[in-house]
Design a protein around this ligand. Structure first.
Ligand code: PMP
Length: 329
């Protein structure tokens, strides 16, 4: 990659990692886009940068201005880094159910963090809605609005999608990803479908989200719950709207945890919970397609942000989950 221009230049251009253990296990080639290697530590650096650049280009964000966002964590972390790098004030509204690591990190990064009770989207006190009203009250502030601002998926259409297509030299059979805002899934799916209609786009979903039922029967039915953070939704965002969906897979938390721990034991990769959902869904896609296919998914962020949760036996047991025991291959 050579020399980059500051933090901004270091966003993206991540490796595409062949998951050796899971590829051998499935008979397919399972590839993970290493988004945890972005300088802010997650896939959301790309969206944060795309949103900021669009706001700068439109003139809405002026030097010394303020960026406000409602975020489950990673977008806020990306924005906080970028605001430091570009001289903006950063205000983050976050549901108080999110991990202490993420809230603490946002504060360390200099963001003004406002934790609020987690309430459904239809409630005016929902963190996303609150962030919009806070932005409207601060002079010179822009609302990043990652869920419905399509600069988010555009960033993935412009960077993540082309990188994957090039890294695969045009040889891939399926794209599999869970969605929070839908930016990653939709931006990449739209780009890959333009390159080749044969690429199968598979939406992965945890329990407690309406997107699996939306993708399979068009309803927005929800069932159960999940400990994963940053993925699943009760509605179809502007970023997800119109994205190609050829298939959908719903993964339960215990299955995702097993895959997450195996990623560490067998691949050496210490990942966050959405990666467990993504790789488990890639394995299910491999089963549906049969051996010999190449499947790409996302390694969204690292495990460090969830040490007191996903990697803590007592916390898992308090949620009715079992910490996977170490098995040797
Ligand atoms: N995984 C994690 C850990 C995330 O924070 C997010 C973002 N909310 C996603 C996956 C999903 O990304 P997107 O918002 O692009 O759908």
């Amino acid at each position: 990659m050579g020399i980059t221009r500051g933090f901004v230049g270091a966003v993206g251009h991540t490796p595409l990692i062949r998951l050796e253990y899971f590829s051998a296990l499935s008979g397919c080639e399972i590839l993970g886009k290493a988004e945890f290697m972005n300088p802010g530590g997650s896939v959301k650096d790309r969206a944060a940068l795309g949103i900021l650049q669009a706001a700068e280009a439109s003139g809405a964000l002026q030097p010394g201005g303020t960026v406000v966002e409602g975020t489950a964590g990673n977008t806020g972390i990306g924005l906080a880094h970028l605001c430091n790098a570009r001289g903006y004030r950063c205000v983050i509204v976050i549901p108080d159910t999110q991990s202490a690591e993420k809230i603490g990190l946002l504060r360390s990064l200099g963001a003004e963090v406002r934790p609020v009770p987690a309430v459904p989207y239809r409630d005016p006190n929902n963190y996303v809605r609150l962030s919009g009203s806070i932005a409207a009250e601060i002079p010179g502030a822009v609302w990043a609005n990652q869920f419905d601002n399509c600069a988010n998926r555009q960033a993935h259409y412009d960077s993540t999608g082309p990188e994957i297509w090039e890294q695969c030299a045009g040889q891939l059979d399926a794209w599999v990803a869970a969605t929070g805002t839908g930016g990653t899934y939709a931006g990449v799916a739209l780009y890959l479908k333009e390159c080749s209609k044969a690429v199968r786009c598979v939406l992965a979903d945890p329990h407690g989200s309406a997107l699996f039922s939306w993708a399979t029967d068009g309803s927005l039915a929800m069932e159960g719950s999940s400990i994963t953070e940053g993925i699943g939704n009760s509605r179809v965002t502007a970023n997800l709207e119109g994205a190609p969906v050829d298939d959908a897979v719903r993964i339960d938390d215990q299955t995702a945890l097993q895959v997450l721990y195996e990623l560490l034991w067998h691949e050496g990769l210490f990942m966050g919970g959405s990666v467990g959902i993504n790789v488990a869904a890639a394995l299910e896609t491999a089963r549906r397609l049969g051996p010999g296919h190449r499947i790409v998914t996302v390694l969204c962020d690292g495990g460090d942000r969830y040490r007191s949760r996903l990697w803590d036996r007592e916390w898992l047991e308090s949620r009715g989950l079992r910490q996977p025991g170490r098995t040797l291959p």
